[in-house]
Design a protein around this ligand. Structure first.
Ligand SMILES: [Zn+2]
Length: 413
């Protein structure tokens, strides 16, 4: 019995390795798959034959690059993921707005749509139903029956509870503890996860370059809010309930500026756009605005700072130093090889960036910080969508396609 279970485990692991290699490297010949996975030619042959038969992967004749002799290259058979093997749906929720993106098994976008959907005033139990309606409308528009979806993933600003599939707290909602996964699963009969958007940015980074982000990375978002995703040995660390790495709501100043989460003194209350603007206006006890600060306002404020407005300068420098002290703590705890800064926040202001580096220098001993690469990447909302889709695809690789040889092949509509 135990022997049988063992061989089943090995088979799953091997299938997952092959799918992972094809996902990461695209079309590959069998010999390349052998090299990438470390599996024997015989094992590769068997697994590929099964996956082809199940409709999970397919073969394509691709000409080799012409050899230097000028003769035509011999065609080589490459294997690639079958785009029709499964479909996944990624949803990004922001205030009164929902982005829905349908992706094929290869990760190519089939369709996307932005839907205006009230979030802030939505009732606790009404939102999940309204979101299910929006998804149903999208699928009807695309003429896709919901049974063709393998998974649905939802990314949200704020605290998500992945265990219960709820939005615990989010600046996009007045209500809290909003059930989302359950009403979606009930409507479509498809497993659904709810995750924090910064964790999905981290997933997107890993997907973009597995070698680069294969170690320990802290990915920090700054802009309309502040978030963090932690990558440990190439995997995003979600914590017990999906709420790991709530960097933005770590306390920076006890009883300090009012944060959007309702607490005082969080990192976000100093670093997010609204925090910077309030410090400039001297209104740190004020509630945060509901909607995001327009980018033009932040650019205008930075121009004032550069032109010699001391209050504007101080607000950016306070944001930068708060960020730097926060990163210092993260470095002390995680010993990362990279800290990646994404989001428009730092791109607007070199004043903020300088203050961040100064604070980092003051807060962490050199020996801990010297080997940490601090990098900036250009941010777009698509990073969240990309990460959500990649996370969905790797989940179905693991949970559906690495397992049984039967009961797949959702290619037929
Ligand atoms: Zn907070």
């Amino acid at each position: 019995m135990a022997e049988k279970a063992d061989s089943e485990l090995v088979r799953r692991q091997n299938r997952r390795l092959v799918l992972g290699a094809l996902r990461q490297h695209g079309a590959s010949a069998r010999v390349e798959l052998g090299r990438l996975t470390g599996l024997s030619p015989a094992t590769i042959t068997t697994i590929c034959a099964q996956l082809i038969q199940e409709g999970v992967i397919s073969e394509a004749n691709m000409p080799l690059v012409a050899p230097p002799s000028g003769k035509r290259g011999r065609p080589v058979v490459r294997l690639l993921l079958n785009p029709a093997a499964a479909l996944v749906l990624a949803v990004k929720i922001s205030i009164d707005d929902v982005m829905i993106v349908l992706s094929d098994f290869r990760g190519e976008t089939i369709a996307r749509n932005e839907v205006r959907l009230p979030t802030y005033e939505a009732g606790r139990n009404a939102f999940g139903v309204a979101l299910a309606d929006a998804i149903a409308g999208f699928l009807a528009w695309q003429n896709i029956p919901s049974r063709r979806l393998a998974r649905i993933g939802i990314a949200i600003q704020g605290l998500a509870d992945s265990r219960h599939g709820t939005i615990v707290w989010s600046p996009a909602f007045k209500a809290g503890d909003i059930p989302v996964a359950q009403p979606i699963e009930a409507r479509f009969g498809v497993p659904c996860f709810v995750a924090n958007d910064a964790n999905m940015i981290a997933e997107g980074l890993v997907a973009s370059d597995r070698a680069r982000y294969g170690g320990v990375t802290a990915a920090i978002f700054t802009g309309y809010g502040v978030g963090m995703g932690v990558i440990i040995n190439g995997e995003v660390f979600h914590g017990a309930t999906g709420a790991a790495a709530e960097f933005g709501h770590m306390n920076h100043v006890p009883k300090g500026a009012l944060c959007r989460c309702g607490k005082r003194g969080c990192v976000e209350a100093y670093v997010a756009d609204y925090g910077i603007l309030r410090h400039y206006a001297g209104e740190t006890a004020q509630d945060a605005p509901r909607t995001a600060v327009p980018e033009s306002t932040m650019i205008g404020l930075h121009q004032k700072a550069k032109a010699g407005d001391n209050r504007a300068r101080a607000a950016f420098e306070l944001a930068g130093s708060t960020l730097g002290y926060g990163i210092g703590r993260v470095i002390s705890i995680l010993n990362p090889d990279r800290v990646v800064l994404a989001g428009p926040g730092l791109q607007t202001s070199e004043l903020m960036e300088q203050a961040m580096h100064d604070a980092l220098e003051q807060s962490v001993v050199e020996v801990l910080r010297r080997d940490v690469a601090i990098e900036q990447v250009r941010f777009s909302d698509d990073m969240i969508i990309r990460g959500t889709i990649d996370s969905l695809l790797r989940t179905i690789d693991r949970e559906i396609f690495a397992a049984a040889a039967t009961n797949v092949g959702t290619a037929t509509a």
